[in-house]
Structure formats: structure tokens, C-alpha cells
Design a binder for this molecule. Structure first.
Ligand SMILES: NC(=O)c1ccc[n+]([C@@H]2O[C@H](COP(=O)([O-])OP(=O)(O)OC[C@H]3O[C@@H](n4cnc5c(N)ncnc54)[C@H](O)[C@@H]3O)[C@@H](O)[C@H]2O)c1
Length: 273
């Protein structure tokens, strides 16, 4: 289904990352992937020892996981908050004559969630709020701006991101600050779908997925009881990462006319509660 196609996959930390399931399915369907992970780039300045250590370990784990699961797929460092990094990355792809058929945005960060404790919105600082929006929502614009600037992203490409029901509804478990970033991500999806559809025939969609504790982000946010509650409330039980991979690969098909969608791969959770 995806022969002669190449996709950019962001947001892999390790084997359990949702983006890893998508990358594996793309390869299974005959496509290629280029994977990006967080690491120390030449554009990071004034990094503390702790931050440098974290980024170095993150990139090592990311690279090992990609090589174990995805063979010789290309890897690169990409911190979406550093425009120079995104610019240089896209320029580097252009220099190698890479043509992308699509992008998976699977990036989120919210420092107001610590040890599964979520800060009430009234206590969230402006810096925490803006950082969360920057990483988790605005980055969808940044990445695609530079991919288009260097003509790496092809006409008719498909862009997909990962959202959560909390973008629209207060959930039974607190999710405060990041839910606003997810709402922004969804609105950006719709606006970009209109802009890029008209200018480049590019499709832009997002998928709200079930709560999943297997990944680092999911494990840092959710309690086991949250996943169980959602499982009980969902007519088909919680969706699995592989269900998500099938849907994204479907949206990545070159011959579809679907854009501006906020889809649910959540076992039907969204029709309840
Ligand atoms: N786990 C869930 O329950 C769940 C449910 C619905 C949607 N999602 C969304 O799926 C996406 C992937 O999450 P996941 O659950 O696979 O967790 P994950 O921890 O594997 O992935 C999150 C990724 O974001 C990356 N990231 C953070 N800051 C970054 C930055 N500045 N630059 C580049 N990358 C950065 C991390 O390195 C990591 O790879 C996220 O958008 C998340 O909100 C997750």
C-alpha cells in the first residue's frame, strides 16, 4: 500500500512509543521512515549537566530502539522548540534529495504533570503554559513550515498528529494544561488542512487515541485505574497501539481525499460519558 513512499516519524522515545507502532506498520506496508528523537544538538545552548545527561540518554535509547525495531531506518536529532534545529534538519533532508509523503507528529510535553500529579490550571505559570503549547501544538506548524520551505514535503502529502479526548471534554482524570495544548493542536490541524490543502494538496488530520500507559508520556500521566475506567466505558474497550497504526497508515495512503478530520481511535469512548 505504501510502496515508494517515505514518512517522517517524530516522537519515538523507545519501543513502546505510539510512533514506533506506526513506523513499524509503514515499513510492513512497503514504505520507508526517517525517525527523529530528542538529543543534544548544536543549537542547544546553556544546557545544565542534568539536561545534557537527559538528552544524551534519550537519544541513545531512541537510536537503539529504532535500530532494533526498524532496521537501518535513518535517525536524526530534532528538538521542535529550536527553530534553527528544525530549519537545519529540513535543509539536510533537501540536500540528500529526500522527498516526504507525510509526517507523523507524536510529540507532547507538559511539565505541570509530575509523578502522575496534575497541577490545577490556576497554578500553571505563563511559562509552563507557553512551553506546553510550543512543544505539543505549535510544533506542528514549525515542522511543516521548514519541510515546505525546502520543498521536502511533497504535493499531496499526508500529515497526522496524535490528540486526546481531553481536547474537547473534561475527562474523569485531571489533564488540565496539556488539554489546552491538545485543543490548540486540533484547531491548528483544521486551519492547516484548509491552508495546505489549497496551496499544496496536502492533507492534515489528527487522531484522538485511548489512554495508554505503555509509553513514557502515558506512564508519567496516567494511573492504572484511569486506563481501566476508560476500558470499561468504551464499547469496544480501549484501542491498542496497533489499531492506531492501522488508522494512520490508512490516512497516509496517497489516494485519499480526507482532511481536517479529528478522528477517534478509542474503542468508542467518545460516544459515552
Ligand atoms: N499515551 C497516551 O495515553 C496517549 C493518548 C492519546 C494521545 N497521546 C499522544 O501521543 C503522542 C505520543 O505519545 P506517547 O504516548 O507515544 O509517549 P512518548 O513519551 O513515547 O512520546 C512523546 C514524545 O515527545 C517527544 N518530545 C517531547 N518534547 C520534544 C521536543 N521539544 N522536541 C521533539 N520531541 C519532543 C519525546 O521525546 C517523546 O518521544 C503524544 O502527542 C501524546 O500526547 C498519547
Amino acid at each position: 500500500m505504501l510502496a515508494n513512499t517515505t514518512f517522517l516519524i517524530t516522537g519515538i522515545s523507545d519501543k513502546q512509543s505510539l510512533a514506533m507502532y506506526v513506523a513499524k506498520e509503514i515499513i510492513k506496508q512497503g514504505g520507508k521512515v526517517i525517525c527523529t528523537g530528542l538529543g543534544v544538538s548544536p543549537y542547544h545552548t546553556n544546557l545544565s549537566e542534568k539536561a545534557r545527561g537527559f538528552l544524551t540518554k534519550n537519544f541513545k535509547d531512541f537510536k537503539e530502539s529504532v535500530h532494533q525495531e526498524l532496521g537501518d531506518s535513518a535517525v536524526a536529532i530534532l528538538d521542535v522548540t529550536l527553530e534553527e534545529n528544525v530549519d537545519a534538519f529540513a535543509k539536510g533532508l533537501a540536500a540528500k534529495n529526500v522527498k516526504l509523503n507525510g509526517v507523523l507528529h507524536a510529540i507532547a510535553m507538559d511539565k505541570t504533570i509530575r509523578n502522575k500529579q496534575v497541577k490545577p490550571l490556576l497554578e500553571v505559570t505563563k511559562e509552563e503554559f507557553c512551553d506546553t503549547i510550543d512543544v505539543s501544538a505549535y510544533s506542528l506548524i514549525t515542522i511543516n513550515r521548514y519541510l515546505l520551505k525546502y520543498k521536502v514535503l511533497q504535493e499531496g502529502a499526508s500529515i497526522c498528529s496524535l490528540s486526546y479526548i481531553a481536547a474537547a471534554k473534561v475527562t474523569f482524570h485531571p489533564y488540565r494544561n496539556i488539554s489546552i495544548a491538545k485543543a490548540a493542536l486540533e484547531r491548528i490541524t483544521i486551519e492547516l488542512a484548509d491552508e495546505l490543502g489549497r496551496s499544496h494538496g496536502i492533507r492534515v488530520n489528527t487522531i484522538r487515541f485511548s489512554p495508554y500507559m505503555g509509553s513514557k508520556a502515558g506512564n508519567a500521566t496516567l494511573h492504572e485505574k484511569d486506563v481501566q475506567t476508560s476500558d470499561k466505558m468504551s464499547p469496544l474497550k480501549n484501542a491498542k497501539p496497533q489499531d492506531l497504526a492501522y488508522e494512520i497508515v490508512h490516512l497516509f495512503r496517497p489516494d485519499l481525499s480526507i482532511t481536517g478530520e479529528i478522528r477517534h481511535v478509542d474503542g468508542g469512548y467518545h460516544i459515552t460519558g
